[in-house]
Design a protein around this ligand. Structure first.
Ligand code: SAH
Ligand code: MG
Length: 213
């Protein structure tokens, strides 16, 4: 898998200096932004879907939000981050990117946040990329905000290979997180209201299309 990711990464177009700066910062500070093949694939999927409104759970330093805003110039991105330090960094980066009009960032724990704080009534796309053990809770809270025909994307569905490991081999702290992530995966793959697929790209990207009911 990693071999293919490096191969793909070597083929990608040159990124602008600002984006490279963010990637280097993330690397130095251990901020888990989307890896190169994941973000490129994700942006490709969004370009096909052409959402006008995107809601992201887990902004970190604003990397994926800025990449989305750059590749979807007509879209508005709302993104939620609970970590104060990362939120501040994201605010700075969003401002520096010149895309502040397109991106609204909210400092909150998405699970406790009053849903009324969202400026949009509904979204074309939802991107879940926050605490991996809580995906089902994020999904249940925010998927009603997605229009029918809209798409829910989730990153890190493989948790760096941990979903394939035996539970006993995992660090105790990771066990319940991985169990939750796997339960969510089984649940959503067979959910009657969504057409769901799992792409073995990057760290695993899930795509759940909300059926028109
Ligand atoms: N989407 C970003 C990376 C996000 S990393 C990118 O690819 O550029 C995951 C982030 O989710 C972390 O910064 C973490 O603080 C945040 N997070 C985790 N649980 C959260 C919650 N309940 N509410 C809001 N943010 C959360
Ligand atoms: Mg991620």
């Amino acid at each position: 898998m990693d071999t293919y990711n490096s191969y793909i990464a070597g083929l990608q177009k040159k990124k602008n200096a600002f984006i490279i700066e963010m990637e280097e910062y993330a690397e130095q500070e251990n901020v888990p932004i989307m890896d190169s093949s994941s973000i490129e694939t994700f942006l490709g999927l969004l370009s096909i879907q052409k959402p006008s409104t995107v809601l992201e759970i887990g902004s970190a330093i604003g990397y994926s939000a800025i990449r989305m805003a750059q590749s979807l110039p007509d879209a508005t991105i709302t993104t939620i981050e609970r970590d104060a330090e990362r939120y501040e960094k994201a605010v700075d980066y969003i401002q520096a990117s010149g895309l502040g009009d397109q991106i609204q960032i909210i400092e909150a724990d998405a699970l406790n946040m009053d849903i009324e704080r969202l400026s949009e009534e509904s979204f074309d796309a939802l991107f879940i990329d926050a605490a991996k053990g809580q995906y089902k809770r994020f999904f249940e809270k925010y998927s009603p905000k997605v229009k029918s025909g809209g798409v829910i994307y989730c990153d890190n569905m493989f948790m760096h290979g941990m979903v394939l490991q035996d539970n006993v081999d995992l660090h105790r702290r990771k066990r319940s997180m991985i169990r939750n992530l796997k339960e969510f995966t089984i649940w959503i793959m067979s959910h009657p209201d969504f057409n769901t697929s799992l792409l073995p790209v990057g760290d695993g990207i899930l795509i759940a299309i909300k059926k028109e009911l």
